[in-house]
Design a protein around this ligand. Structure first.
Ligand code: AMP
Length: 109
């Protein structure tokens, strides 16, 4: 199993898991780019990125969980950003669909 996020889901490598249900996992990013930097990803390897996602149903839950966590972390009033990267120009480093939830400070433009 090469995919890092699949290994996290399978508890083969440790991660700071802050939310988990049957379909999704949320962990702290190991290399945070903001005071609050969470990664939300489907447990199943549905796709390498948003570009090859076949069934978009999961997106509804991703955004619902992101909003819920933004409230939980108290960043919903100050602001936050949800990002997904696809490909090298976007700087994607992990080929497993995932979303960054960033906030807790003024983010760069
Ligand atoms: P991306 O650049 O959009 O592919 O994002 C991948 C993110 O995964 C990066 O921000 C990394 O810091 C993060 N990352 C890589 N390995 C781990 C890990 N083992 N636990 C938590 N975050 C990780």
């Amino acid at each position: 199993m090469k995919c890092i996020f699949c290994q996290i889901t399978a508890h083969k490598i440790p991660a700071d898991v802050i939310f988990e249900n049957e379909r999704l996992m949320v962990v702290y990013d190991i290399n945070p780019k903001a005071k609050s930097h969470l990664l939300i990803f489907p447990k199943a390897h549905l796709s390498d990125s948003i570009d090859d996602l076949k069934d978009e149903k999961i997106l509804e839950e991703v955004f619902a969980v992101a909003r819920q966590l933004a409230k939980q972390y108290g960043i919903h009033k100050t602001g936050y950003r949800i990002i997904t990267n696809h490909g090298k120009d976007a700087g994607q480093t992990v080929s497993h669909l995932h979303f960054h939830l960033l906030g807790g400070e003024r983010l760069s433009d």
